[in-house]
Design a protein around this ligand. Structure first.
Ligand SMILES: Cc1ncc(COP(=O)(O)O)c(C=O)c1O
Length: 462
């Protein structure tokens, strides 16, 4: 790897005024580094030689091999396409054991979608008409759909603008005597402030259903996300890190609660196979043996991919944050492990001659790395889910009209109108890691080199 002398140490040494004032706004200029700007470091975006002449092309997604093909064909030929007995030979059961172990919890149940892992949780926690469920407005619509589908009101909480994740302090403010559950969401591999949310929830004795659909194996203080609340829910839809096309998993530690969850997914059958018939309320949210077969074989790929992404993602983060003006994104605990399907880094343009992050990222892309983008930190889901037209449809539906008073619905509508998703005047660089971080150490070194090269030559972009 070529060395660009752009370390925090060299920056601080050469700017006696430290990181303040004029030196800071001067950013990274060639004069700071003497005559290191050679012909070979001319930026590719300005016609120079790129770090990678052949663009870095990460593997395409989904990734599969003959083990996945065999797993599918075995089910096809084996004839047992549907599984509901909960015997050890069932593929769903085998997968459930693996996912429970990976998360260090006693129970896991596979569902046919992450949405239905969430819905099952609310159902088993006895959430229903007239109740309120607190969640974030900045999430995928499925988090909200399950609340409306159970005929409870989603109480939309604003985001911490720095992370785009649910603001825990606003959770406490939103609690009323009708609050029956809280659904915090861990988005894009980044854990929300689950420790604080759990302490608030415990104080008021309100169950937490963690939506970890996008954040498989992320950790806070040595514990996996999805294992803090009463239940944790994952999606295995094709865009997620662990996939089988469509599918979900629900995990937890409370034996009775989880027994009921397992039963609800499977038409009320006792997952422990002790009680006969349908002793519990239930429906059919089972995954098929085809989904389980693919998930089982994908699990083996995922474990290796997760290791590679973590190693590469942490390496890139460590190296890029040595560049003055590039910082780690905020996390809520020092001891947070993100799932490196993406990596966000704060970008302070004052260190880069006021070149906006979008332009900086464009220059890195020109060096041969399409996995980077840059721009203003934005709420992850635009104006928020409370602005979706379906909200009004639900409020006008018979279940809502009969479960909530007119005054309550009026107040609710007013609260939606006044909710504006928080924004922040900050910029960031984002690296797409799901495929991007599956490369070799050399690939990662080249990405780092490209970012360093752009940082070093940023004055040419003004
Ligand atoms: C945050 C979040 N919650 C819930 C879901 C629902 O998962 P599924 O698509 O498997 O039903 C998703 C999936 O995209 C999600 O991103």
């Amino acid at each position: 790897m070529k060395k660009y002398p752009l370390t925090r140490r060299s920056f601080i040494k050469k700017t006696s005024a430290g990181l303040a004032g004029a030196a800071l706004t001067a950013g990274v200029s060639s004069s700071l580094y003497g005559n290191i700007v050679k012909k070979s470091s001319a930026l590719a975006i300005l016609g120079g030689k790129p770090v990678r002449e052949k663009r870095y092309t990460p593997p395409s997604w989904p990734i599969y091999d003959e083990t996945d093909e065999k797993a599918l064909i075995d089910v096809l030929k084996g004839g047992r396409w549907s599984e509901y007995n909960k015997t050890p030979s069932e593929l769903t059961v085998q997968y459930e054991e693996k996912w429970a172990k990976a998360n260090n919890v006693p129970y896991a149940f596979m569902t046919n979608a992450g949405t239905n892992a969430l819905f099952t949780s609310l159902q088993v926690l006895d959430v229903g008409p007239g109740d309120e469920v607190i969640t974030t407005t900045s999430t995928f619509i499925a988090t909200i759909n399950v609340i409306f589908d159970i005929h409870a009101l989603p109480i939309f909480v604003n985001i911490d603008p720095e992370t785009g994740l649910i603001d825990p302090d606003l959770v406490e403010e939103a609690i009323t005597e009708d609050t029956k559950a809280i659904i915090p969401v861990h988005l894009g591999g980044f854990p929300c402030d689950i420790v604080k949310i759990m302490s608030i929830a415990n104080k008021y004795n309100i169950p937490v259903v963690e939506d970890a659909c996008q954040s498989h194996l992320a950790e806070v203080d040595g514990k996996k996300v999805g294992t803090f609340g009463a239940t944790g829910c994952f999606s295995h839809q094709a865009g997620k890190p662990l996939i089988c096309g469509e599918g979900g998993t629900l995990i937890g530690s409370d034996e009775e609660l989880m027994r009921r969850c397992g039963a609800f997914i499977n038409n009320g059958r006792d997952p422990q196979r002790k009680l006969r018939g349908s002793p519990y309320p239930g429906s059919n949210y089972r995954a098929s043996a085809f989904q389980a077969a693919v998930l089982l074989s994908q699990f083996e790929h995922f474990v290796k991919q997760h290791e590679t992404r973590t190693r590469n993602g942490q390496y890139i983060e460590e190296k890029l944050t040595e560049i003055p003006g590039i910082k780690k994104a905020k996390t809520y605990s020092e001891n947070t492990k993100i799932t490196h399907i993406s990596l966000r880094l704060d970008y302070n343009k004052e260190y880069f001659k006021n070149v906006p992050a979008s332009k900086f990222a464009e220059a890195v892309r020109a060096e041969g790395f399409p996995i980077i983008s840059g721009g203003q930190i934005r709420p992850p889901y635009g104006e928020g889910m409370h602005k979706e037209a379906m909200v009004e449809e639900h409020l006008n539906s018979r279940p809502f009209q009969s479960s909530f008073s007119k005054a309550r619905l009026r107040k609710y509508r007013e609260s939606l109108q006044s909710l504006v998703v928080n924004r922040i005047e900050k910029e960031r660089l984002s690296l797409r890691g799901k495929m991007g971080f599956l490369g070799t150490k050399k690939d990662m070194d080249d990405i780092i080199e490209a970012v360093q090269k752009v940082a070093e030559n940023v004055d040419k972009l003004t």
